[in-house]
Design a protein around this ligand. Structure first.
Ligand SMILES: *Cc1c(COP(=O)(O)O)cnc(C)c1O
Length: 405
C-alpha cells in the first residue's frame, strides 16, 4: 500500500544514501518533504477501520508512522544492508526499544564493558525488570564465550569504543551469539554504515545514535534500530506503538538529509584524524595515541578489514607529564585550543575536544578508570572538517608549552 521508491535494483550505497526513500508527492518536490503532521486523514470510516485493524497499510498517527520518518528508515536500512529499520527519539531509545521488544524477564545479555556510559547504566537498570547483563572486556573473546548462559538472548557490542577505539571482532561475536541461540546487536555509532556494515559480518541488529555522524552537524537528537524487517515489524513496532519513543519528523528530516553526505564526510574526517594521529605520535609531549588506522593500534589489522580500511574520525592521546600533574597538563592543552569545541559530543563537522576522565567517565572511581585505561592525561578528539593544518596548530599551542617530563 505504501509504495517503494521506484529505484532500479542493485544500486550502490552512495546512490541509495541520496535517493532511497518514498516517491515524491504529486507536487514533484526534488528534496524530500517534511511532513509535520500528527495524524493522517482517511477517505471514509470503513477505510479508517481497516487501517486501525492493520488490514491495510497506511499512515495513521505519527507516533508509529510518518512519511519523513519512513524515508529516513528506508534510506538507513539500505545503507546498513538490512531489510528493516525503525527510527527512535534518541540513540538511547534505540537500545531501550531493542531490549523491550526482544527480551523478557529471565533473559540474559552479554555486553562489552567499554560501551557508551548511558548504555552501561541502561543495561544495569534492566536488572530491575529481570533482565540481567554480564559485562565483559571488549576484545577478550574467551570472556564473551565464558559469560554465555542458557538464558543468554543477546550480545551487545560497540566498535570502535569510546574513547580508546578498541575494536572487537564482529564475525567472532556473531558466531558466539548464534551458537548460543542469541542475537548480536552492534552500536555502529562511531563508524556508521559509511565505513562499517555490521550485518555483513553476521550481526543481527545495528543500533544508531543518529545524533552523531548520521546528522553530522550536531543539530538533533535521533536514533534507529536496523535489522530484519519481520522482527522489527513483529517485535519492535508494537513497543513503539504503545511506549512511543518516536522520532520526530523534523529530526528525521535532518538526519535524512545528513545521510546524503555521510560517506564523504566520514572519509574526509577519518583522513584528517589519521593525519593528526600520525603527527601526535611524533610529538615529544605525547606519550601515546589511540587510532585504529595507526599500525601501533592493537587491533589495527582487524579494524582495517572491518572498517573498509578507515580508522574513523575519533582519536585519543595521552599527554606526557610528571606524576600527579597529568590532569593539569591535559587541561592546559584543551584550554589552549581556540578552534576545537570543548564538548563531549562527537560526529560533528566541528572538531570537539574532551577530557574523558572528568566528563564522560567522571562518575567512575579512580581505580575503575585506571582499569579501563581512562587516565588523567587522556584527551579525546572527534575530528571535524576544519583544515588539518589549523587543527594541528590548535593542538600544538598547548602541547609545545608543556614542560617535558
Ligand atoms: C551518543 C551515543 C549514544 C546515545 O545516543 P543519544 O542519541 O545521545 O541518545 C549511544 N552510543 C554511542 C556510541 C554514542 O556515542
Amino acid at each position: 500500500m505504501i509504495p517503494k521508491s521506484g529505484l532500479p535494483e542493485g544500486l550502490h550505497p552512495d546512490t541509495l544514501a541520496v535517493r532511497e526513500g518514498l516517491p515524491a508527492t504529486p507536487w514533484g518536490e526534488n528534496s524530500e518533504a517534511l511532513f509535520l503532521t500528527s495524524s493522517f486523514v482517511h477517505p471514509d470510516a470503513a477505510t479508517a477501520a481497516r487501517r486501525f485493524a492493520n488490514e491495510e497499510e497506511a499512515f495513521v498517527y505519527s507516533r508509529f508512522g510518518n512519511p519523513t520518518v519512513m524515508m529516513m528508515e528506508r534510506r538507513l536500512a539500505a545503507m546498513e544492508g538490512t531489510t528493516g529499520c525503525i527510527g527512535t527519539s534518541s540513540g538511547m531509545a534505540a537500545s531501550l526499544l531493542l531490549v523491550m521488544g526482544l527480551l523478557k524477564a529471565g533473559d540474559h545479555i552479554v555486553c562489552s564493558q567499554s560501551v557508551f556510559g548511558s548504555t552501561l547504566r541502561l543495561f544495569q537498570d534492566f536488572a530491575r525488570f529481570g533482565v540481567e547483563t554480564s559485562f565483559v572486556p571488549q576484545t577478550d573473546l574467551a570472556a564473551w564465550q565464558a559469560a554465555m548462559r542458557p538464558s543468554t538472548r543477546m550480545l551487545f557490542a560497540e566498535t570502535p569504543s569510546n574513547p580508546l577505539t578498541e575494536v572487537c571482532d564482529i564475525r567472532a561475536l556473531a558466531d558466539i551469539a548464534h551458537a548460543g541461540g542469541a542475537w548480536l546487536a552492534v552500536d555502529n555509532c562511531f563508524c556508521s554504515p559509511a565505513l562499517q556494515q555490521p550485518v555483513k559480518f553476521g550481526a543481527d541488529f545495528v543500533v544508531h545514535s543518529g545524533t552523531k555522524y548520521l546528522d553530522g552537524q550536531g543539530r538533533v537528537i535521533a536514533g534507529a534500530v536496523c535489522g530484519p524487517a519481520e522482527l522489527i515489524d513483529s517485535k519492535l513496532m508494537p513497543v513503539m506503538r504503545s511506549a512511543g519513543m518516536s522520532l520526530s519528523p523534523f529530526n528525521a528530516w535532518v538526519v535524512l538529509k545528513g545521510l546524503e553526505t555521510l560517506s564523504i564526510r566520514l572519509q574526509a574526517q577519518s583522513a584528517r584524524a589519521l593525519e593528526l594521529a600520525k603527527w601526535l605520535e611524533t610529538h615529544p609531549a605525547v606519550q601515546r595515541v589511540y587510532h585504529p588506522s595507526l599500525p601501533s593500534h592493537p587491533q589495527h589489522a582487524l579494524a582495517m578489514a572491518q572498517q573498509g580500511g578507515q580508522g574513523g574520525a575519533v582519536l585519543s592521546f595521552v599527554v606526557r607529564a610528571p606524576a600527579g600533574q597529568e590532569r593539569a597538563a591535559a587541561f592546559s592543552v584543551i584550554d589552549a585550543t581556540r578552534i576545537c569545541s570543548i564538548t563531549a559530543n562527537l560526529g560533528d563537522t566541528k572538531t570537539t575536544i574532551t577530557h574523558p576522565a572528568s566528563t564522560s567517565h567522571g562518575r567512575l572511581t579512580e581505580p575503575q578508570r585506571q582499569a579501563a585505561g581512562i587516565t588523567q592525561g587522556l584527551i579525546r578528539l572527534a575530528v571535524g572538517l576544519e583544515h588539518v593544518g589549523d587543527l594541528q596548530a590548535d593542538l600544538a599551542r598547548g602541547l609545545d608549552a608543556l614542560p617535558l617530563a
